[in-house]
Design a protein. Structure first.
Length: 150
């Protein structure tokens, strides 16, 4: 958690805890050092604040934990894919390769859920926002043929 440029770390071992603070922090990250054995799900406003104001202050392990949390929470349906998608472009350009890989894997995982009429728009978003090159739509028949042979 950060407030006015300083970091504050608080350890707790309960499922839910309240942390007294003197002022409202600009952003929070509940997994200090990225070393927790749990997944952190932030409310949309907190996630947006973290990405906007705190992302650069996170350490590499913390950014990796954030990317992994978003990937798994989205896969489980515990947070809306739209929230995760808004975070991915920033992570797709992270200096840490493992963070970029999580962001790219999550974007490609969501690809399977995109409605057919939105696939062209999603493919354009993958190219521009994520720097990925999606497969050509013509590959669909080849994939169908493969699945029939299995």
């Amino acid at each position: 958690m950060a407030n006015s440029g300083s970091r504050y770390s608080h350890r707790q071992s309960y499922i839910r805890t309240e942390i007294p603070v003197r002022a409202s922090p600009a952003w929070i990250w509940p997994n200090s050092h990225g070393s927790g054995y749990y997944r952190s799900a932030l409310a949309p406003a907190l996630l947006n604040a973290l990405l906007r104001e705190g992302y650069e202050e996170l350490t590499e392990p913390e950014r990796l934990a954030l990317a992994g949390d978003l990937e798994l929470l989205a896969a489980r349906g515990e947070i809306p894919a739209a929230e995760v998608l808004s975070a991915l472009p920033r992570m797709a350009h992270d200096p840490e390769a493992r963070v970029r890989t999580h962001a790219q894997a999550t974007a490609l995982m969501v690809c399977a859920l995109v409605a057919e009429k939105q696939r062209t728009r999603y493919a354009a978003w993958l190219r521009t926002a994520m720097g990925l090159i999606p497969m050509a739509p013509e590959q669909a028949s080849s994939i169908e043929e493969f699945l029939r042979s299995q």
